[in-house]
Design a protein around this ligand. Structure first.
Ligand code: MEV
Length: 440
């Protein structure tokens, strides 16, 4: 293997990068042709995909799927989903149909404030800084006004600006904690530009103010950056039905047994971290699939959601269940920041289609659909876990994957699915079955 350091890899052509790959790993010379089969024939679209990242050598495909029957606030819609996990779409579609027959999902946005901080060190007294702060704040807003014009026209801008003393973390450490409204854009660039301008203005204020002396004139900016933790950008979703309607065609006793088991599973997720993490992972199965389909930053959404899960002091499941007066009510509350204008959402042709399928929602609308997808995904998982177990559904999907990998004709699937209904599914078991039954 050639271990030489390659400077400026991104400046070379795609072909050059593929050749470097072939050379480094001693791969087949036909790799380039093979990689190109994953690219799209429409060159304009391929260019859009190429430009999403650096050092691109091909496209990496994931299924773009539809989960029908999502009834959200009375509106019947399809959810566009992108996931690499075979059971995710099936689980969402299943939960959507189930709840469509019981009145659907409800959702509401509780806030949309995004956050960012300027982290700095200043050697003066905290009391003095608090005294200076009204003037500093005015100066900061004045000097960043040129960056905000468009956002203010749209109804956004700075919604709060606070000074925080953080000397318990570092000596002389303070923070400007700033809230922003960014309307329908994710706003990362807008927020970071404003924060960097605030940092400059802050330094300049200390340096030039008549009210500062000696070492008070120095301000060390540590960093200025948005926070992906947005506890005041919050959404809630829920659904409810009589306990007696939970299981179709089952006795009152069976329904109530199911409701109690479901509630127990939720309580465990609220107090046991081992279960809480898996529980929340299942929630993000749904949210990430919708985030990916709409070109949103699923890492930011996940990071915020997991941090929000610790808001009561320890990491907890994000959903809750209430059973009162014979009504089963299942809900989720989440902090998240999304955008529907700009970024990948406005560029990727499939993300644009996904937005169209959702009715081109506002950022608040998309937050509601994300929370609904998370809640649906969690409902499907917990319902399976406390009844038939998770493997029944997973293994069905796993079996289908194996059948595809073995190139087994579709018309033979039902017979093989029937055969494996009560058997352990593994690649070798299915391969063995196929070898012996291929000619039946
Ligand atoms: C698998 O991707 C997700 C689940 O493990 C979630 C859960 O256990 O709640 C099924």
């Amino acid at each position: 293997m050639d271990d030489s350091i390659i400077p400026g890899f991104s400046k070379y052509s795609k072909q050059w990068r593929i050749d470097a790959l072939i050379q480094k790993y001693n791969l087949d010379a036909g790799l380039g042709a093979w990689l190109s089969t994953f690219e799209v024939s429409d060159l304009k679209i391929q260019k859009i995909i190429d430009d999403l990242s650096e050092n691109q050598v091909s496209n990496f495909h994931l299924p773009f799927s539809i989960a029908p029957n999502f009834v959200v606030n009375g509106r019947n819609m399809f959810f566009p989903l992108v996931s690499e996990e075979s059971s995710v779409v099936a689980a969402l579609a299943n939960a959507a149909g189930y709840w469509a027959r019981r009145g659907g999902f409800y959702a509401e946005v509780l806030g949309t404030e995004k956050k960012g901080q300027v982290h700095f060190q200043w050697k003066g007294k905290a009391e003095k800084l608090h005294l200076l702060f009204p003037q500093i704040k005015e100066r900061l807003l004045e000097q960043s006004a040129y960056l905000m014009t468009k956002m203010v026209e749209r109804g956004g801008g700075v919604s709060s600006l606070e000074l925080k003393e953080m000397k318990h973390i570092l000596p002389d450490y303070f923070q400007l904690d700033i809230g922003f409204q960014t309307c329908d854009v994710m706003g990362a660039n807008f927020i970071n530009s404003c924060l960097e301008q605030f940092a400059k203005s802050l330094q300049e204020y200390f340096r030039t103010s008549e009210r500062t002396d000696g070492e008070e004139k120095d301000c060390k900016i540590i960093m200025a950056i948005l926070s992906n933790y947005t506890p005041d950008s919050r959404v809630r979703a829920w659904m409810e039905c009589p306990v007696t309607d939970l299981l179709e065609g089952q006795s009152e006793e069976e329904n109530s047994r199911f409701a109690i088991a479901f509630e127990q599973a939720i309580r465990i997720s609220q107090f046991d971290i081992s279960r809480a993490v898996t529980h929340n992972k299942g929630i993000f199965n749904g949210i990430d699939a919708l985030a990916l389909a709409t070109g949103n930053d699923f890492r930011a959404i996940e990071a915020c959601g997991h941090a929000f899960a610790t808001r009561k002091g320890s990491y907890s499941g994000l959903t809750d269940v209430e059973i009162t007066d014979g009504t089963f009510r299942f809900s989720i509350e989440l902090a998240m920041a999304v955008g529907v204008v700009g970024g990948v959402t406005s560029v990727h042709p499939l993300a644009k289609l996904a937005m169209q399928i959702l009715g081109n929602p506002t950022a608040s609308g998309l937050m509601m659909y994300m929370a609904t997808a998370g809640l649906a995904s969690n409902f499907a998982a917990v319902k399976a876990l406390v009844s038939v177990g998770i493997q029944q559904g997973h293994m069905k999907m796993h079996l289908n994957n194996i059948l595809t990998q073995l190139n087994i004709p579709k018309e033979r699937y039902p017979e093989i699915q029937r055969y494996f209904q009560d058997k352990t599914i593994s690649y070798s078991a299915v391969e063995q079955y196929w070898k012996t039954h291929q000619d039946d």
